[in-house]
Design a protein around this ligand. Structure first.
Ligand code: NAP
Ligand code: ZN
Length: 361
């Protein structure tokens, strides 16, 4: 489709999956010319989010093949459009999940454009010109400047990349539940993966007691020693789950696969909230008893708006918070996706798109 869209004249090398086998192969495609509201970005790094697996395997049944995944993008500006005043050539920038929103609805007007009904994503979206959006597993991106953020000078471009999705996705529910301003709460993070490990870092930075709730006993030592978690509950251990009953004010659920929410809800105090950001393909089991006996709430959260994304990025710059990453070369993407599917990564793969090895400030 993109090949026939007018103004899509720029040839770009990237990597795409072509069917639900999810196998990634080199793929050459077209991007639009740099419009007046656009910036062109030479991509340096792109994180591998579990959402990329959901898309390449068509877990959610919405994939438009070929799909060029990637929404944790960092790079350098090479061109700016006539209307763009806040970026210049050479700027260090990042692009996350959002590619376009209507700019007119109540959510767009109130800086909550991530909840715009017409939101289009960085990949597997349909842009206003009818083209399918292609993501950051590619050498170059043309992005509307309204969905681009500055990366603080002190953050390495590789370890900052996952902040564009994993970071903002866990920052928002913490902010939304007043956990940025009110320290000293007891919070739980279910799933110590890409999203989860950033949530632990943010939870500690905001002054909370953080409990990791994990299926992987092997992650306990590192969770405590390296990430600073205060407590660790193995969710498959009934005794540990029982001991943790009614101990937490807030839980963030980052799990990518089907699970029942019932046992986790029991960990919440009365009036506690469980916020879901993980997106399993099948509906989760939500029993009513732990909800009603504890007056508990379950809610969701979808990435973040651009104002919050810049705010989070600046905060990470100020406190030197970055992601724990393993860098891979583009020809290693399939291996990385396989390992991510098997829960074998600490804690985010980042593709070295521009062959910058090891890391570039
Ligand atoms: P990830 O790195 O694979 O982490 C997910 C973690 O979930 C794993 O590390 C594992 O942690 C735990 N887990 C896996 N299978 C499990 C199971 N069957 N039962 C319980 N726990 C299990 O994935 P991610 O990149 O952080 O993404 C997580 C989810 O968030 C994905 O579904 C993704 O699509 C979604 N997501 C949503 C948004 C949003 O806007 N809401 C944004 C980004 C991503 P332990 O080993 O500690 O158990
Ligand atoms: Zn993501």
């Amino acid at each position: 489709m993109a090949q026939t869209t007018p103004n899509h004249t720029q040839t770009v090398s990237g990597w795409a999956a072509h069917d639900p086998s999810g196998k990634i192969t080199p793929y050459t495609f077209k991007r639009r010319e740099n419009g007046i509201n656009d910036v062109t970005i030479k991509i340096l790094y792109c994180g591998i989010c579990h959402t990329d697996i959901h898309h390449v395997k068509n877990d959610w049944g919405i994939t438009m093949y070929p799909v060029v995944p990637g929404h944790e993008i960092t790079g350098l500006i090479t061109k700016v459009g006539g209307n763009v005043t806040n970026f210049k050539v050479g700027d260090r920038v990042g692009v996350g999940c959002l590619a376009a929103t209507c700019l007119e609805c109540e959510f767009c007007k109130e800086s909550q454009e991530n909840y715009c009904d017409q939101v289009q994503f960085t990949y597997n979206g349909i842009f206003w010109d009818g083209s399918i959006t292609y993501g950051g597993y590619s050498k170059m991106l043309v992005a509307d400047h309204r969905y681009v953020v500055h990366i603080p000078e002190n953050l390495p471009m590789d370890a900052a990349a996952p902040l564009l999705c994993a970071g903002i996705t866990v920052y928002c529910p913490l902010k939304d539940n007043n956990l940025l301003d009110l320290p000293g709460k007891r919070i739980g993070v279910i799933g110590l993966g890409g999203l989860g490990h950033v949530a632990v870092k943010f939870g500690k930075a905001f002054g909370h007691h953080v409990t990791v709730i994990s299926t992987s006993p092997s992650k306990e030592k590192e969770a405590r020693d390296r990430l600073g978690a205060d407590d660790f509950i193995v969710s498959t251990d009934a005794a540990q789950m029982k001991a943790g009953k009614r101990s937490l004010d807030f839980i963030l659920d980052t799990v990518s696969a089907y699970h029942s929410l019932g046992p986790y809800l029991e960990l919440l105090k009365v009036n506690g909230t469980l916020a879901i950001v993980g997106a399993p393909d099948k509906p989760m089991d939500l029993p009513s008893f732990p909800l009603i006996f504890g007056k508990r709430a379950v809610k969701g959260s979808m990435t973040g708006n651009m104002k919050e994304t810049q705010e989070m990025m600046d905060m990470c710059g100020k406190y030197n918070i970055m992601c724990d990453i393993e860098t891979v070369m583009p020809e290693e993407i399939n291996e990385a996706l396989d390992r991510l599917a098997k829960n074998d990564v600490k804690y985010r793969f980042v593709i070295d798109i521009a062959n910058q090895k090891p890391s570039s400030l």
